[in-house]
Design a protein around this ligand. Structure first.
Ligand SMILES: [Zn+2]
Length: 248
């Protein structure tokens, strides 16, 4: 007969450790990036096979490109919108929406512009880079002939943050406050290198929040500070996390 020693129980898997942290947390922030939507067929921006390798993307990633080449701009973004509109939330998105049901103080912050977290049932998603599912002026029935909104006359463009543009300050502030008030900050499918993704985990940890990283690749600047490092696909790991949390 071998008694269960504290050593034996503390040798739990990273998944079990992450479930225990989720179980103990009250204010959770989940910060997601392109990795979350990869299984939904949304091309990633900065991966080796990513969108920005595409020459068209480089031509139409600045807002001024709309004035330079309205029809090229509208055609390019119209294609991006149709990719997003034909995509569906994957089990990772659904697990995060379920997390909000189990832990209502959970905030979902994302770099993704595909709107899939909201489609999965996520509430008050903080979309740092905007959304391809609405136009900047609020009207949403384009793209239009002549590339102008038929309602307000402004240039038709999706409400996403393009290169050289500021993030929406209100959305950014809400994400910063949520990070500072969190007791658990989870990074999902983001390299967290670009601003403000790089800053948010630091803000959280400075106030004592525990960090969990879930990514396909190592995150050398974050994994060392993380309480738990999960390596793998979010559409696989997030449902397992939630199953563990729900069965508690
Ligand atoms: Zn308009």
């Amino acid at each position: 007969m071998t008694p269960v020693t504290p050593e034996a129980t503390s040798s739990s898997s990273p998944l079990e450790s992450a479930i225990a942290l989720l179980r103990a947390a009250r204010r959770i922030v989940v910060f997601s990036g392109a990795g979350l939507s990869q299984a939904s067929g949304i091309p990633t921006y900065r991966d080796a096979d990513g969108l920005w390798k595409n020459q068209n993307a480089l031509q139409f990633s600045h807002a001024e490109d709309l004035k330079r080449d309205p029809s090229g701009f509208t055609k390019f973004w119209g294609q991006r919108v149709s990719v997003v509109e034909s995509a569906s939330p994957n089990p990772g998105h659904k697990a995060l929406a379920q997390l909000q049901l189990l832990r209502p103080a959970t905030r979902l912050v994302t770099q993704n512009v595909d709107g899939l977290l909201t489609q999965a049932g996520g509430l008050d998603v903080l979309e740092l880079h905007g959304s391809l599912r609405r136009w900047r002026c609020g009207n949403r029935s384009g793209p239009w002939p002549f590339h102008r909104c038929l309602r307000c006359g402004s240039h038709a463009r999706p409400d996403v943050v393009m290169f050289g543009e500021m993030l929406n300050p209100g959305v950014l502030l809400e994400a910063q406050v949520a990070a500072q008030e969190s007791d658990l900050f989870m990074v999902v499918g983001s390299t967290t290198i670009v601003y403000p993704a790089a800053e948010l985990p630091e803000l959280a940890m400075a106030r004592g929040s525990r960090l969990v990283t879930l990514n396909m690749e190592p995150l050398p600047h974050l994994d060392d500070s993380a309480a738990v490092v999960l390596r793998g696909a979010s559409e696989d790991l997030l449902p397992r996390l939630l199953a563990g949390l729900a069965s508690a």
